[in-house]
Design a binder for this molecule. Structure first.
Ligand SMILES: Nc1nc2c(ncn2[C@@H]2O[C@H](COP(=O)(O)OP(=O)(O)OP(=O)(O)O)[C@@H](O)[C@H]2O)c(=O)[nH]1
Ligand SMILES: [Mg+2]
Length: 320
């Protein structure tokens, strides 16, 4: 339900005080594009910027959610609080049903220090990436020590957000084309930590070798040499080491003076997303109205001008 008269500051206060229902409602209203919810987010923003944001990405079915569930437990065991944003794939091929993530992480449902938000890959106004950015900001402002962002697929919408995290985990598993040709170049660039999950299965050694080979000679990022960690998320084997490696990455960023830079990637990406989104909407409105923009559209549809020329002129009109 959209907000009525309650002041943004009051709602922000409730969320900051740890009111779970107020937080859940805020996230829903942000997804629905409620302008009042946006004002609440603005009021919350100053409290964000403290969480360690960890992106968890990789092909569908590689075990990301199972691993996230284990990482939640590892963080809780040390007394940390956790927020999770899981983008549920709607693809029937992925092995993860729409409610899959919530079910896999169900055992944390009653823990007040854990907040899990699932987002569908469709259905949120203004795009999925924006929704994920907004949700991470709310969780961060709520004071979560660790925010895990699970997005399926490589090179898709949500990866933008996972890639803007402080620490990027790429989760792979054997049996999905284990040789390096199948591991696309982009994958070898995006990650800080490569997880060979389902290490109990045949092909894990081959996958690990291919990964190590692919990462050979890769330039360190922010003073960090990319690492490969083996896990069995289903049994929990290797998860402590992974959890330690995530912390080690954080400490490395801090000691290399790169924490601030990495922290800045996220708001910059969120800004770009909002600007893109706003421009597109503005433009779609203009193109429907009678006037010079409508004429531009007619010239395009009548093939009297080409899209490139029209776009160049349009950008000049919009941005100078
Ligand atoms: N054998 C084995 N199976 C695992 C392991 N980890 C996860 N699985 C199984 O792999 C399947 C997919 O796991 P998920 O955690 O849903 O994978 P996901 O990457 O989140 O999937 P999507 O969100 O659909 O992309 C489930 O049946 C898990 O039980 C593991 O270490 N070994
Ligand atoms: Mg999943």
């Amino acid at each position: 339900m959209a907000y009525s008269m309650a002041s943004p500051l009051k709602i922000a206060g409730l969320v900051l005080a740890g009111d779970i229902r107020a937080a859940a409602r805020l996230m829903r209203n942000l997804d629905d594009g409620d302008p009042a919810a946006r004002r609440v987010l603005q009021a919350l923003y100053a409290k964000s910027g403290h969480a360690h944001v960890v992106g968890v990405t990789g092909p569908p079915g590689s075990g990301k959610s199972t691993l996230v569930d284990r990482l939640i437990a590892a963080c809780r065991a040390k007394g940390g609080s956790v927020g999770v944003v899981a983008v549920d794939p709607t693809s029937p091929f992925s092995g993860g049903a729409v409610l899959g993530d919530r079910i896999r992480m169900q055992r944390h449902a009653g823990d007040p220090e854990v907040f899990i938000r699932s987002l569908g890959t469709r259905g949120s106004l203004g795009g999925l990436s924006r929704s994920v950015f907004d949700t991470v900001t709310v969780l961060d402002a709520m004071g979560k020590d660790l925010v895990l962002v699970e997005t399926a697929g490589v090179g898709q919408d949500g990866v933008k957000v996972a890639g803007a995290a402080h620490t990027v985990l790429v989760v792979l598993s054997p049996g999905m084309g284990d040789d390096i040709q199948a591991i696309k170049a982009g994958v070898l660039e995006i990650g800080d930590i490569y997880v060979v999950n389902k290490a109990d299965k045949d092909g894990a050694d081959t996958l690990e070798r291919s990964l190590r080979l692919g990462l050979e000679g890769a330039a360190p990022r922010d003073g960090w040499e990319r690492v490969v960690v083996r896990t069995e998320a289903r049994s929990g084997k290797g998860v402590d080491e992974l959890s330690e490696t995530i912390l080690r990455h954080r400490r490395r960023l801090e000691s290399a003076g790169a924490w601030e830079r990495r922290s800045g990637v996220f708001p910059k990406a969120a800004f770009l997303e909002l600007v893109e989104d706003g421009l597109r909407r503005r433009l779609e409105g203009l193109m429907r109205r009678p006037g010079p923009w409508k004429k531009r559209v007619n010239d395009l549809t009548g093939r009297r001008t080409d899209p490139g020329t029209a776009a160049k002129a349009a950008l000049k009109d919009l941005l100078g």
